[in-house]
Design a protein around this ligand. Structure first.
Ligand code: FAD
Length: 467
């Protein structure tokens, strides 16, 4: 088919961006190769990100709920936690998914090549493998090489007592005292897991709030819940120095409320991620990353070398699996000659903490900052029957509407399963819904989804009963 080329498309990296792109390309009839450094497909998300963290968070949730059930008249004994077995179960979940990807690749005749890819030129790359290297000539390329955790300069992430998210998911031990550096989504999710397993957790955050990006009122119920459980939460605080030794880590802190020095058994660094653009010899292909290390692309996910596309974490924020996968599909379709482009209006964000915090589109704080004319409708979960029957009354659902058009432009939810519920608001924004469209859609009762309907009814002026 392809003359001097080994394939129509080569995809570098088998994360959610890369495997989605490769599968879509193959489905569209393109001869596709998928290069992955690790033996397991699925990238960060399946192996050391979304999936293992959610498996452990499920265990954390069960532990937490069981410990509160005596209020409901049912008392469980003190849980016996077999950490190696929990890790084994988590690995099984991951294995089912990554193994499934192998099968899907095979079915589609996507050739999977294991090794590290480096560009040799605009149509050639080499894959370093255990036994040597292999040269691949490609017509098109999709770079989906993802990202990795960053460490503050001067901090030794290789010391066994200092962990990144990948180490933390291994659950080598449940430390008595754990410091989590970074109060973003990943740090708070891992804090939830370790606290449930018995660690005394302290969180340090440089900003004046947790989970920067979400509206403060949505983070408040989470903050309230974890304040009573975590040993300390230090905001506006910088970790100035980490001194690990055989038995623990001495930490120097700089912040108004924090002690100058504190001692922990382990430290988790979760301060952000950086794109893997430095591992690809981009220059050989005529490419370069920007100052932040991202590869810049247009709406067709094309780099400045138009037959080379880039998707996922390596092209910028938000660094989320569903964004990577969506971009992967589009890149493959563009290469196949379809009239596809990235024009998603919104990309939802979810923190799978307890309660979950989810938001999509314009946030209230952003709307105020940008001076948008908007109206806000809110519904408290304390007035939702399903929420109370789950023994929870701390949730809230908020919708924002454009004043001029009446259309929904954003929404946020805090509460159990907020991550599942946010999808309806994302759909409403994509469809250009007005409050009436949501309010007149009959929602099942009793569900948490009614809080979305009722917030819309509040906006439409048709809200009657609370239940
Ligand atoms: P990645 O998943 O990073 O995959 C890139 C792949 O490329 C890797 O497998 C890498 O080995 C390979 N690679 C890199 N360079 C080369 C090379 N030169 N040659 C060959 N292979 C190479 N996102 C969510 O949406 N929801 C979540 O709940 C969520 N939870 C997370 C929890 C944690 C702890 C972490 C760390 C991340 C989480 N994320 C979550 C983020 C999500 O994992 C990423 O956004 C997503 O994996 C990005 O996908 P990607 O395809 O761009 O790249």
């Amino acid at each position: 088919t392809i003359g001097e080329y080994d394939c129509d498309v080569v995809v570098i990296g088998a994360g959610p961006g890369g495997y989605t792109a490769a599968f879509r390309a193959a489905d569209l009839g393109l001869k596709t190769m998928l290069i992955e450094y690790y033996p397991s497909l699925g990238g960060v998300c399946l192996n050391v990100g979304c999936i293992p963290s959610k498996a452990l968070l499920h265990a954390a949730k069960v532990l937490d709920e069981a410990s509160h059930f005596s209020d409901l008249g049912i008392t469980f004994g003190k849980p016996k936690i077999d950490v190696p077995r929990l890790v084994e179960w988590k690995s099984k979940v991951v294995g089912r998914l990554t193994g499934g990807l192998r099968g899907l690749a095979k079915q589609r005749q996507v050739e999977v090549v294991q090794g590290r890819a480096d560009f040799l030129g605009p149509h050639a790359l080499t894959v370093q493998q255990a036994g040597g290297s292999r040269r691949i000539q490609f017509n098109h390329c999709i770079i989906a090489a993802g990202s990795r955790p960053v460490a503050p300069p001067g901090f030794d992430l290789n010391h066994p007592r200092i962990m990144d998210s990948t180490d933390a998911l291994e659950l080598e031990e449940v430390p008595k005292r754990l410091l989590v550096v970074g109060g973003g989504i990943i740090g708070l999710e891992m804090a939830t897991v370790y606290e449930a397993l018995g660690s005394q957790v302290t969180v340090v955050e440089l900003a004046d709030r947790l989970m920067v990006g979400a509206d403060a009122d949505l983070v408040k119920p989470l903050l309230k819940r974890i304040k009573g459980r975590y040993e300390n939460i230090y905001l506006n605080t910088r970790v100035a120095e980490l001194q690990p030794d055989d038995r623990g880590v001495t930490v120097r802190l700089e912040g108004k409320d924090a002690p100058d020095e504190a001692r922990f058994d382990r430290v988790l660094i979760a301060i952000g991620r950086r794109p893997n653009s430095d591992n690809l010899n981009l220059a050989a292909a005529g490419l370069e990353a920007n100052a932040q290390g991202f590869i810049e692309v247009d709406e067709f996910l094309r780099t400045r070398v138009p037959h080379i596309h880039a998707i996922g974490d390596i092209v910028g924020q938000p660094m989320l699996a569903h964004k990577a996968a969506h971009e992967g599909k589009i890149a493959a379709e563009v290469i196949a000659g379809h009239k596809s482009a990235f024009d998603a209006r919104v990309i939802p964000s979810v923190a799978y903490t307890d309660p979950e915090v989810a938001w999509v589109g314009v946030t209230e704080e952003q709307a105020k900052r940008e001076g948008l004319a908007f109206s806000k409708a809110q519904f408290p979960w304390a007035a939702n029957g399903r929420s109370l029957s789950l023994d929870r009354d701390d949730g809230a659902t908020k919708l924002l509407f454009d004043k001029a058009t009446g259309r929904i432009i954003g929404g946020g939810i805090v509460g159990p399963n907020a991550g599942d519920l946010i999808a309806e608001i994302a759909l409403a924004i994509e469809m250009g819904c007005e409050a009436e469209d949501i309010a007149l859609t009959v929602h099942p009762h009793p569900t948490l989804s009614e809080t979305v309907a009722m917030a819309a009814e509040a906006e439409a002026g048709t809200l009657t009963d609370l239940y």
